[in-house]
Design a protein around this ligand. Structure first.
Ligand SMILES: [Zn+2]
Length: 106
């Protein structure tokens, strides 16, 4: 982003992202390395897949929107506090990396 707009400071970028998050235009999430935040402009219900090989994060749509609620029903929470949101991540190799490994040159 800085390459395209060198006059914009990183601080301005982060402040804008935080404002967008407050307005519900994006969500901030962590996947894999807990210190590595990512921003997601996809607001429909979905989860994420992290490729352990190339590091790519891709959106995974929910075919059944109620499946998250059923996951919560199946959890015995020792301190049933408020749940603001649920983050479910799929971790494994992406299709491209699997194909590359299986190819003769791979
Ligand atoms: Zn991959």
């Amino acid at each position: 982003m800085r390459g395209d707009h060198p006059a914009i400071s990183l601080n301005t970028v982060y402040k804008s992202l935080e404002a967008f998050e407050r307005e519900g235009l994006l969500t901030k999430f962590v996947i894999g390395d807990r210190s590595n935040y990512r921003y997601d402009f996809t607001t429909r219900d979905h989860i994420h897949h992290l490729c352990v090989s190339c590091g790519r994060v891709s959106d995974v749509d929910l075919t059944d929107p109620d499946c998250i609620a059923r996951v919560l029903e199946g959890i015995s929470h020792p301190d049933p506090g408020d749940v603001e949101r649920v983050e479910i991540n799929l971790i494994g190799e992406c299709g491209e990396c699997l194909l590359r490994e299986r190819s003769p040159e791979g």
